[in-house]
Design a protein around this ligand. Structure first.
Ligand code: SAM
Ligand code: SF4
Length: 342
């Protein structure tokens, strides 16, 4: 199989078989051609705008024990925090004043944030005329419906890996079927639904990554957020091999080729591995950045993996600095809500 012909086929038809994807993932010689094709498809379908989403990491309390994550309930070395709804609203207001049109509320699975606590907050944020993305894990259908009714527009829930055995190994006590149920509920409720995977989990194969990409296509995902798995010294996966950026970029570029018009963030986990890792991602298919506007100690304590807080510096001129960087690669900050352009 000629890999450059496969890349050409994907660029023109947005279709590949599982074997064809594996072939491209295996071949290192064609990486530059793959990234360039994804960049052209990004330009053709979603243009030069890079949409900014203000990320608020509002609780690091989590009932789950995902083996890869520093926020897992069993990790006693992390200082736990939970923002008040007033603190969250104040950050959303600040984001709105700074010109952000979307706020992303992300956190561990923290039972304190019931629908009674969250829905009034969502209504208040909505009154700021912002799109709201939630990323707070698995919930019953009724909760997702209540959040939607209160103004949430989008939801991010990574499937993490579509390899059921691997999923259940790394997410003890959680069920792959429930994860799928959540994603289908979110689609059914009309959320712009985002999912994604960790790339580089021990035991994950290229075939499994190929199946992940085809899953995104089958689901009809509106956004895909994926990134390298970065081992955290306070978790059971601390001795996993060092993370690499390129495999994650390749999965991302293939995702752009097969789902040409979706939103794809250049994720924070891409930054600690290579300087300007996120800029590289923006030139390999990504069209979204999620600047972290969480402040102070909370920002330090949302410690999923080492280097995270330092990777996205807390700067009062974040937007201007980003704007400058984006212009240097022929891109610009998006002006609208930046929803999925179908
Ligand atoms: N609790 C929610 C959930 O799991 O969907 C949202 C917050 S969770 C911290 C967000 C994402 O962080 C997860 O979907 C996972 O892919 C990612 N993550 C966790 N640990 C990581 C690590 N060590 N390296 C890279 N990403 C990680
Ligand atoms: Fe909790 Fe999400 Fe981390 Fe899993 S990945 S431990 S659900 S915060």
């Amino acid at each position: 199989m000629d890999v450059s012909l496969l890349i050409q086929k994907a660029e023109q038809t947005h279709r590949l078989t599982e074997n064809e994807i594996v072939h491209i993932l295996q071949d290192e010689a064609a990486d530059a051609a793959l990234f360039a094709a994804a960049d052209r498809v990004r330009k053709k379908y979603v243009g030069a705008e890079v949409h900014l989403r203000a990320l608020i990491e509002f609780t690091n309390i989590c009932r789950n024990g995902c083996l890869y994550c520093g926020l897992r309930a069993q990790n006693s070395r992390v200082m736990r925090y939970r923002m008040t709804p007033e603190q969250i609203l104040a950050l959303a207001e600040k984001a709105s004043r700074e010109g952000y049109k979307t706020v992303v509320l992300q956190g561990g699975e923290d039972a304190y944030f019931s629908t009674d606590v969250l829905t009034p907050l969502l209504r208040q944020i909505k009154s700021l005329d912002m799109a709201i993305t939630l990323s707070i894990g698995e919930r019953p259908y009724e909760d997702y419906a209540a959040f939607k009714e209160a103004g949430a527009d989008r939801y991010l829930l990574r499937i993490e890996t579509t390899d059921r055995a691997l999923y259940e190994k790394y997410n003890p006590g959680m069920s792959f079927d429930n994860r799928l149920r959540c994603l289908h509920d979110l689609k059914h409720l009309g959320y712009e639904t985002g999912t994604g995977v960790l790339v580089g989990l021990p035991g994950q194969t290229l075939r499994s990554l190929a199946k992940d990409i085809l899953f995104f296509q089958r689901l009809g995902a509106d956004m895909i957020g994926l990134g390298p798995f970065i081992p955290n010294p306070d978790t059971p996966l601390k001795n996993a091999p060092a993370p690499q950026l390129t495999p994650a970029l390749k999965v991302m570029a293939l995702t752009r080729l097969l789902l040409p018009d979706i939103n794809i963030p250049a994720t924070t986990a891409m930054e600690p591995l290579e300087p300007d890792g996120r800029l590289k991602a923006l030139q390999s298919g990504a069209n979204v950045i999620m600047p972290n506007i969480t402040e102070g100690e909370e920002r330090k304590n949302y410690a999923l993996y080492p280097g995270k807080a330092a990777a996205a510096p807390d700067s009062p001129n974040l937007r201007e600095e980003l704007d400058k960087k984006l212009r240097s690669i022929g891109r610009r900050i998006g002006t609208g809500y930046g929803g999925h352009k179908k």
